[in-house]
Design a protein around this ligand. Structure first.
Ligand SMILES: Cc1ncc(C[n+]2csc(CCOP(=O)(O)OP(=O)(O)O)c2C)c(N)n1
Length: 326
């Protein structure tokens, strides 16, 4: 499909928003204002923005621990940032961080920290949609390393058997902590695993936001009719596995080469070809930065949970794990 310059500028703005949001997080981590494990998705923005733009109004998303660029475009930036900073007006009252964040309103389902264990859960959500005869599907995002977990195979197999409305979106960033894909599996494309479950599988360029969006749209249309599939998007993790990981296991040359294929620069090139100007792109930068700065300022001014709220464990269960998310 052809997109107008304005539509492409819209995608560009989202890619930039994803990257600048994580750069802001990085600044906070470096200043010691944020503590904990941060798995940044810098470099993977096209894969994530492509996914969130493909979702239909009734579809659900199960993200991963590395999905901030996607969430920074799907969710309300202020409420997301309040959650990130542990504030009581965050999506989950500051208890979920961005790792387990969920929202019934936004149709966002929580990540299971036990990699792979979330895949049968996601199939369960999809099966529930089918049983309720909803015209909706689930996109379940998982990393390349996660595909090697036993639960994933069980989940994918049962999804196929149940004709569950689900798309498994493998965000293949080349690495699972220090383990390269080549040491995780003998297969070239992770999507070929779909053959074993009797469902379609396709591998695409994960640094091309349009390709990701259009592939996912098609896969979701099929999934809503009860035809699940696997989409693998190949991209690259620019940062360490988490902030603080020096990444000594990675060949610096491989890293440098991969970073040359920057999804933002790629779209920039297309935009210049369509007559976009430096001024238009610079205005996007300013607008995005302002939005992000406002979200962080809002979150910093927001209240921390009270002692009572912190001790209210029922709330953790109800907001993060409760059965009423669909
Ligand atoms: C069952 C389980 N084993 C190990 C871990 C620790 N762990 C957290 S992230 C990660 C690597 C995941 O790699 P991948 O699925 O490729 O996603 P990426 O982090 O590269 O986005 C591991 C091993 C975990 N959380 N759960």
């Amino acid at each position: 499909m052809n997109y107008s310059k304005n539509e492409l500028l819209g995608f560009y703005e989202q890619l930039v928003q994803g990257r600048r949001y994580e750069e802001k997080i990085l600044g906070y981590v470096n200043e010691g204002k944020l503590q904990g494990f941060f798995h940044l998705g810098i470099g993977q923005e096209a894969a994530q923005v492509g996914v969130v733009n493909a979702l239909g109004h009734n579809d659900y998303l199960v993200p991963t621990h590395r999905f901030h660029p996607g969430l920074a475009n799907k969710l309300d930036l202020k409420t997301l940032t309040a959650e990130l900073l542990g504030r009581s007006n965050g999506y989950n009252k500051g208890k979920a961080f961005t790792f387990h964040i969920s929202s019934k309103k936004e149709r966002l389902l929580p990540v299971n920290g036990m990699l792979g264990a979330g895949i049968p859960e996601a199939v369960g959500y999809a099966w529930a949609l089918k049983m309720d005869e909803k015209d909706a599907a689930v996109v379940c995002v998982l990393g390349d390393g996660t595909t090697s977990e036993g639960n994933v195979h069980e989940g994918m197999n049962i999804a196929a058997i149940l004709d569950a409305p689900i798309v498994f979106f493998i965000e293949n960033n080349g690495w699972a902590i220090s383990n390269p894909v080549s040491e995780q599996t003998k297969i070239e494309d992770l999507s070929t695993r779909a053959i074993a479950y009797g469902m379609p599988g396709v591998t695409i360029d994960g640094n091309d936001v349009i390709t990701v969006k259009e592939t996912l749209e098609k896969a979701l249309a099929e999934a809503r009719k009860g035809r699940p599939s696997i989409v693998e998007a190949k991209t690259y993790r620019w940062r360490g596995h988490f902030e603080g990981d020096p990444g000594f296991y990675r060949d610096p040359q491989e890293h440098e080469e991969a970073m040359k294929d920057d999804c933002i620069k790629r779209l920039e090139k297309i935009l210049y070809g369509q007559g976009a100007t430096d001024k238009e792109l610079a205005e996007i930068e300013v607008r995005v930065q302002q939005r992000i700065d406002e979200a962080f300022a809002y979150a910093e001014k927001s209240p921390l949970p009270t002692v009572e709220e912190t001790l209210d464990y029922d709330q953790v269960y109800a907001t993060n794990l409760g059965g009423d998310l669909l």
